[in-house]
Design a protein around this ligand. Structure first.
Ligand SMILES: [Zn+2]
Length: 92
């Protein structure tokens, strides 16, 4: 009887999308970061300091899934409506 699950797999750290909950490798996501001063921005380089969260690079089928409160919660910050509008545009 063949052994199931004995295949060797390289361990890839998983990230979770804060919008839809999808789990995948880091490369599948863009990082959203709350920098000091509470500006929330997309972290293109993955190196910005601050509290980060991950969102799918893929367009979400239902942009309505993207909730400001959820992202604020994940980043432990409050966002100005302007910041939010800008972020949503990028995430859609
Ligand atoms: Zn997602």
């Amino acid at each position: 009887m063949p052994t199931v699950g004995a295949r060797k797999q390289k361990h890839v750290p998983q990230r979770t999308c804060i919008v839809c909950g999808k789990k995948a490798a880091k490369g599948e996501f863009m990082r959203v970061v709350a920098t000091t001063g509470n500006a929330v921005q997309i972290d293109e380089t993955g190196k910005l300091p601050g509290r980060g969260a991950y969102v799918c690079k893929d367009v979400h089928e239902a942009p309505g899934q993207i909730k400001k409160s959820r992202i604020e919660y994940a980043l432990r910050t409050k966002m100005e409506d302007d910041d939010w509008a800008r972020l949503v545009t990028v995430m859609r």
